[in-house]
Write a protein that binds this ligand. Sequence first.
Ligand code: PEP
Ligand code: MN
Length: 355
Amino acid sequence: MALDLAPLNLSGVEDKRPVIIAGPCSAETEEQVMDTATQLSKKGIRIFRAGIWKPRTKPGGFEGVGVAGLAWMKRVREELGMLTATEVATPRHVEAALDAGIDLLWVGARTVTNPFAMQELADALKGNDVPVLVKNPVNPDLELWIGGLERINGAGIKRLGVIHRGFSSYDKRIYRNLPMWHIPIELRRRYPNLPIFGDPSHIGGARELVAPLCQQAMDLGFNGLMVESHSTPDAAWSDASQQVTPDVLDFILEKLVIRNLSQSTESLEVLRRQIDEIDNALIELLAKRMRISREIGTFKREHKMTVVQTGRYTEILDKRGAQGVLCGMAPEFMKTVFEAIHEESVRQQIDVMNK
Ligand code: PEP
Ligand code: MN
């Protein structure tokens, strides 16, 4: 289905790449909100984000300050002249946020997975002209993401955009949420006029990953970035490990290289991102294999067995060699790779056996 889109047209915000939305994961106290917003505003940030209602995996965590925080957002708008943005997950949130004059709403990844919730949000938004950004659902399902956009657009919201925040996975990974860049890229192919924001904070889950992820989003031609920034990140009540100070954010943004993407370099970037993702997956798989080797090492130690059992080693080399050849790789290459893997595996087992 085609989306009926209008430019986001955020007042006072220049329409150039990247449009930056920054602020803490959560509004915690009036001081923290004002302090962070003041620092960000001094760095030229025009759109302030803060979560007022926080979806938490388990009960008992900090679930947001609720409506009390809306008054602090109002202060940010009135005293600092910034636009304000928050997450809405229920019709009640929409109503309260709009009443408080929040300028930009976003829908969180957990909510986008649920079509009933999306329809309820869409119904609550009917008759309003507020810009809405829809995060990708936590699971890598492009159709579900588009379905959410269609529902919000069907309610008459034309100032629509998306936030790419990565996709969750069971395995422990380098990233908190896998970028799977091909998914937002396919969304861009289908809806070239839909603004895409990158969310390096929730993809990376770690401060040191924010800068490279901002750059990758820019290299892929994303329109903007939503970055979590807190005046004292270590003391944050949610997502402490991934928030950066306004100073650090400013430094990261200063260093960003914004290229004007031609079609050809864009395709090259897409391919390079795929290689990066595959290499990351390879490293993670190798690490998983080594963990299992260590478990085998423990078993062998307990059963007083030797580390290397030559029969098993020959079997692995022969089998993997043949499988690799079937997949179009040279037998010498397969031999080199698996000898190296086996060597590290033996080293890991010896390490466990000597413990
Ligand atoms: C957030 O932006 O703080 C948030 C909860 O994000 P997500 O919905 O991407 O997990
Ligand atoms: Mn967060």
